[in-house]
Design a protein around this ligand. Structure first.
Ligand code: PNS
Length: 160
């Protein structure tokens, strides 16, 4: 059987323990998992594309079948370029569902040959998002346990 390559796309501004939990699950299921960082975000990111990919590379070192890359433009174009068959996305709660459902169907319309696969991160991360982590860090609150230790340090130096 051919190797199944999955793309896990996102902003990762910054990577959280919820993202890492999903990467661990994806790395177990798929032959190769490419974590694809969206380069140009609508809103100015806290971390540059380079910083976001560097952090991801450092915290995913333990998985030999996980790669971190940057992408821009349409996700399905990138998926085609990388010869991937799957887009992996995480669903934490019902509130994620509508947006994810719309994106999955739009991506299917744009490229019917690619399947979106949803996985659930551990329930202890169901409320963790990059946006809330950034907000808490910027307001001086504790973020230990929500993001990898390396990201805690990067966030601290970024907001001070
Ligand atoms: O982690 P995020 O910010 O929810 O990730 C959103 C992302 C990067 C998956 C989405 O914005 C995306 O795929 N952007 C690329 C542009 C694109 O293909 N848009 C049409 C998607 S239906």
């Amino acid at each position: 059987m051919r190797d199944v390559i999955a793309i896990y796309p996102g902003s990762f501004d910054p990577v959280t323990n919820g993202h890492l939990d999903l990467i661990a699950r994806g790395a177990r299921i798929f032959d190769r998992l490419i974590v694809a960082v969206l380069q140009n975000l609508d809103k100015a990111p806290l971390f540059s594309a380079r910083e976001r990919t560097d952090m991801l590379r450092q915290v995913t070192q333990e998985w030999s079948n996980v790669e971190v890359d940057l992408f821009d433009g349409l996700l399905v174009d990138y998926v085609r370029r990388r010869h991937a068959q799957v887009i992996l996305r995480g669903i934490r709660a019902i509130s994620d569902y509508e947006y994810e459902f719309q994106m999955a169907l739009m991506n299917r319309r744009l490229e019917p040959g690619v399947e979106t696969v949803f996985m659930m991160p551990a329930e202890k991360y169901s409320y963790v998002s990059s946006r809330l982590v950034r907000e808490v860090a910027q307001l001086g609150g504790p973020i230990d346990g929500l993001v990898p230790a390396l990201v805690v340090e990067k966030l601290k130096s970024k907001v001070h």
